[in-house]
Design a protein around this ligand. Structure first.
Ligand code: ADP
Length: 791
């Protein structure tokens, strides 16, 4: 019983579970019967993108994809067909199919079908041709031929709005679009997405859509079984919950999202293209720049090479580590290079050390400040070429010199020209010095003089001198004229000029006569004003003094000429007087019987003879002096005796006179080696004059030994000589007293004799008191015996 009870309990429990399960299964949204029989679903064939036949001939669109997802969710077998909308409606109405996808409510439809929950909202739009009058409001549709899909919501809406008579119904709305685009009708009404889909896919670019804010319609499934519709609603809820619905919706309608992706892709694509284009252009530009830089570098290199070649410059290098000289811009060394020691053999022995030291110092980084000049042998000759070498160093990161770069320039010609220049400068300097010239340069801005061979700056060429310093050494009378020249130069207006001045190099020396010439040298290129003057100053002292002397000589000669004329006039008188006396008294002598008278006549004739003789002697002496052939005949004689004889002669001539004729002979013997006649001539002239111009008192003749010579002296107490006439006393033909007897030649003959013997002549005289004339003649004194003494 217990077993039976237990089995019965178990069987009951099993039965209960099976029953429960069958109830649950019956309560589930699908029944077994339904799931086995495919549900027949129909959609509008021309309701893209909701329902349409795709290019593969398969139903496609949002409703189709959603329906497939719903059926998959319900694990329900199904078939989907697309028909023209009226046919689809009719099939549902006749219950030949189970569902119709995507249909909106309307009063008439509500009576025919059962509707599920709506799952999409669709708005109606008006489509028209862009070329036609724009449609903005419903009233704009007045009198227009409007296309609608048969039994579509648009048809109902427009019929309701009163446009029923203008409607043209098509079963396939895509045909409506074609007819509109081709201009057979004026407008078309359908939902927005369908319109956008067809215009886009069919390429109706001449059509325009306008959203007229018409009431939107909710679409849902419609069928004949509420149970099936509720299961579909349940599945739709699931799809919405798991995101499948929104994925499908976004796939078909969220063009913005697509657009964003598309936009992003396009922007990225464009950006990439732009970047690629930029890189391409940049690459081209860069390549061109590089090519240009290369070309420029090539040109520069060529230019450098030409310049180096034109300048006779070659470039070489020295590898410090390898200790090798090598070619850079030359072919001077062998290709493998050469050691400096070997290369040095090409240079002058005296210059090798300089070159070697300079190279090795450069290798240590101590670059010679100036280029060095060395001599190198000219191949095949004994000549030396002069080469100028400059050094620079290339260092590594550690600052150590790795390469010495050097230039080599043949400066032989420059050197030769420089030597020539130096030589010509030296020559010019020598010429300037020899000609006693001063070469000067005046800087107008600094007002300083730079001069060459200038004694005022101790001949120091580098010493500058302000022009005031020059003025300080100029003769006071020349300062003004010289200052004017400097002022003219300072005003930069002075043209070529010359002026004379007297200059003294030392405070107490004689004035130097100088002639200065100057000329503008450097001018300002813009203003044309003179910046520097150059010129020469010549010391013309010698020439000036000579000119002065010549001038004096000329005056003297003119004066002598005048005196000579006067002398001739005098001579005619002087000669005629004694001649007349001689001739006259000689004639009288013939007829004169009286011996006393005859004797008187003879005396007169003798006196005049002497006078005439004296005159002629003087004239002869003068002519000798004039012709420079005054002869001196030296001999040894006792001047003491000659002196005494002279005194006796004059004493005898004087006869009775008031004037005492004194003789002062301090020597018994005075043996000299001299010209006897000339000494006596001097003394005679002095005595003659003294006796001529002394009427009382005395005339004293004397002589002395003085300064290794003989001094002759004649002193008188005669009329003396006026102060203003003293300077003319030794001039030829000079007679202070025109009425006195004489030729005016005596003293000048004395002076000529003294000068010829390198002696001296002079006098002291006081007018009205007397005169003392003296003459000193150097001569060899052989023996002197003072009065009363034996030497
Ligand atoms: P002259 O033969 O005419 O005397 P001199 O040459 O001897 O010419 O003298 C020149 C002039 O010097 C004389 O004319 C005279 O006027 C002046 N003179 C020369 N000696 C004396 C003297 N002792 N006392 C005064 N006048 C003198």
């Amino acid at each position: 019983m217990r077993v039976i009870k237990s089995i019965s309990t178990r069987t009951f429990m099993l039965f209960f579970v099976l029953f429960g399960l069958s109830v649950i299964l019956q309560a589930a949204p699908s029944d077994k019967k339904d799931t086995q029989k495919p549900i027949q679903i129909v959609g509008d064939i021309a309701f893209a993108p909701y329902t349409f036949i795709n290019e593969n001939g398969q139903p496609d669109g949002f409703f189709i994809e959603l329906t497939k997802a719903v059926m998959h969710e319900l694990k329900q077998p199904y078939t989907i067909k697309l028909e023209e909308w009226p046919k689809a409606m009719s099939q549902l109405k006749n219950k030949k199919i189970d569902f119709i996808t995507g249909i909106s409510h309307s009063e008439s439809r509500d009576k025919l079908f059962k509707f599920g929950g709506s799952y999409v909202n669709i708005t109606q739009n008006i489509i028209y041709r862009k070329d036609d009058e724009h449609i903005r409001t419903l009233s704009d549709l007045k009198n227009k031929k409007i296309i609608v899909e048969t039994d579509a919501m648009s048809q109902y809406y427009l019929e309701k709005a009163g446009y029923g008579r203008h409607l043209y119904k098509v079963n396939d709305i895509t045909i409506g679009f074609k007819l509109l685009s081709q201009g057979y009708y004026d407008a078309l009404m359908c939902d927005y997405e369908t319109a956008a889909y067809i215009i886009f896919h069919k390429g109706y670019g001449n059509l325009e859509m306008v959203d007229m804010q018409l009431t939107s319609r909710l679409y849902s499934y419609a069928g004949n079984s509420e149970l099936q519709l509720s299961r579909i609603d349940w599945a739709l809820q699931r799809l919405k919950a798991n995101g499948t619905y929104s994925d499908i919706y976004n796939k078909w309608f969220n063009r913005y999202a697509d657009f964003k992706w598309l936009q992003l892709i396009i922007i990225s694509g464009i950006s990439l293209i732009l970047i690629a284009a930029f890189l391409w252009i940049f690459n081209i530009v860069l390549r061109r720049r590089v090519e240009k830089a290369h070309a420029m570098l090539d040109t520069k290199n060529k230019q450098l090479s030409i310049a180096l070649h034109a300048g006779g410059i070659v470039v070489w290098g020295y590898d410090v580590q390898k200790d090798l000289l090598f070619n850079i811009e030359c072919d001077y060394f062998p290709p493998q290079g050469v050691s400096p020691e070997k290369d040095l053999l090409n240079y002058h022995p005296d210059d090798r050390k300089l070159l070697y030291d300079s190279l090795h110092e450069a290798a240590k980084g101590n670059i010679p400040e100036k280029p060095i000049c060395v001599r190198m042998s000219k191949v095949g000759t004994d000549e030396w070429l002069y080469a100028e070498k400059e050094f620079s160093a290339i260092k590594n990161k550690e600052g150590k010199v790795v390469t010495v770069i050097g230039t080599h320039k043949n400066v032989t010609e420059k050197h030769r020209m420089q030597a020539l220049l130096e030589e010509s400068v030296q020559r010019m300097g020598f010429a300037i010095k020899t000609a006693n010239l001063v070469l000067w340069e005046y800087d107008v801005n600094t007002q300083q003089i730079k001069s060459y061979n200038e004694p005022l700056v101790d001949y120091n060429d580098s010493k500058m001198m302000f022009y005031e310093r020059l003025l300080g050494s100029i003769h006071p009378d020349d300062v003004e004229s010289t200052s004017k020249k400097f002022e003219g130069m300072n005003k930069q207006t002075e043209a070529t000029f010359s002026f004379a001045m007297r200059l003294r190099y030392q405070p107490n020396e004689d004035w130097h006569y100088c002639m200065t010439i100057g000329s503008p040298f450097i001018r300002d290129s813009k203003t044309g004003k003179v910046l520097k003057y150059v010129g020469l100053r010549r010391d013309v002292t010698e020439m000036t003094l000579m000119n002065q002397k010549l001038e004096q000589e000329k005056v003297k000669a003119q004066e002598a000429d005048r005196l000579k004329s006067a002398f001739l006039a005098n001579m005619s008188h002087e000669i005629r007087t004694p001649l007349n006396a001689i001739v006259g008294f000689s004639g009288l002598l013939e007829d004169c019987e009286d011996p006393a008278v005859r004797s008187e006549y003879i005396k007169i004739i003798n006196n005049n003879n002497n006078l005439l003789l004296q005159l002629i002697n003087d004239i002869l002496d003068l002519s000798k002096i004039e012709s420079g052939i005054l002869e001196i005949h030296r001999k040894e004689f006792d001047f003491s005796t000659a002196f005494n004889d002279l005194h006796h002669t004059f004493q005898a001539r004087m006869g009775e006179s008031e004037v005492k004729f004194l003789c002062d002979n301090p020597y018994d013997e005075f043996i000299v080696y001299s010209d006897y006649n000339r000494l006596i001539q001097i003394q005679t002239n002095f005595i003659t004059n003294a006796l001529k111009y002394t009427k009382k008192g005395y005339v004293k003749m004397s002589y002395r030994y003085e300064d290794e010579g003989l001094k002759l002296i004649v002193e008188d107490t005669g009329i003396g000589i006026a102060e203003e006439k003293k300077n003319r006393i030794f001039q030829r033909f000079e007679k202070l007293d025109k009425f006195a007897q004489g030729t005016g030649l005596g003293l000048s003959i004395c002076k000529a004799i003294v000068d010829a013997a390198n002696g001296k002549i002079g006098f002291d005289s006081v007018e009205g008191e007397g005169s003392t004339f003296w003459a000193w003649i150097p001569c060899k004194i052989c023996r002197i015996v003072q009065k009363g003494k034996q030497t």
